[in-house]
Design a protein around this ligand. Sequence first.
Ligand code: SAH
Length: 356
Amino acid sequence: MPENLAASAGEEGSLTEVLLRHIGLHGPMSVETYWNLCLFHPRLGYYTRQDPIGEGGDFITAPEISQLFGEMIGIRLAEHWIAMGRPETVTLLECGPGRGTLMSDILRIAALVPGLTDALDIHFLETSPWLRGVQEKKLHPRHVTWHDDLSTVPHHAPLFVIGNEFLDVLPVRQFVCHNGAWHERVIRHDPESGFFFAVGGVVRGEGLPRAAQDGTIFESSPAREKVTLNLAARIRENGGLILMIDYGHISPRTGETMQAMRAHGYADILSGHGAVDLTSHVDFAAIEHALKEDGFQVRLKTQAAFLMDQGIMARATQLRNSVSDPAAQTKIDRALHRLLSTDQMGDLFKVMEVTL
Ligand code: SAH
């Protein structure tokens, strides 16, 4: 937990009051600190307070749309396990497992591959106590070990890491071009206008592009790069792979993508503290660059290309033939369209695979 969160954990009041107090004490707040407090405040943060996923939540994710998604991930993991010579034990770590659906779909595939189910030692990286409970029920009676961070995940076996819509949960920093130089974008407050974005101190280095037109915004996420590099360092120990799926871009770009989500729609970033989700496109180009500098292999595909390559069409046909109810068949077709088509998730979502 970042120190500033620990410091405000014991204080009373609403999250808005916590933010006001923080600005009062420390001055204008970086977007990164604002994001951390809004999502991860130990008592009042968005991910501490509620279950955000599914029809009744604020957003819906690929595993919740169709079992086909998790099954294709399962096939990819099985292929890699076989290619590694079927190691006796593999640590399978899921980052941000949500409702546990992806893992249970993976386990259905694993059961079809002799030896794989027994080889999998399952670990979850999950901060929300509420979702841990949901995951435990979903995976029962399968044994799972939960972790707050990577430090307690065992070192002895090859490591397979998966994470769907995990990276986008981690905070971004925003920079704004002002008078020909990059500045930290900050959040201030005054009694008349409430919370508002403002221009903070000048920033140099930090992988910033060349200065652009005034008002241009650039986002970077040291937190996302750090977590991916730490996971990659762990696969260097005994082999393995990382599969991260998220919405984002694979070529560098400027512009603001941060947004607030509530009840499947857009909300105001600067209000509804703790009740709205904050998210932004994942800059896979920056993560890929950092990983390659450390000598890792990185392959990036669109979600549609990945799912097609893993054989989603054949499995969808099989599934469709196994149900006789036309409504159930239509549901499969709709889900397929949602996962694959260009105007839905097919292009916007990317699958990043990292190996040695
Ligand atoms: N993968 C799931 C859920 C995505 S939502 C799905 O596709 O449906 C993000 C998940 O990450 C939630 O389970 C949330 O509680 C968890 N999470 C958020 N911040 C986290 C952090 N810093 N470390 C670990 N898990 C986190």
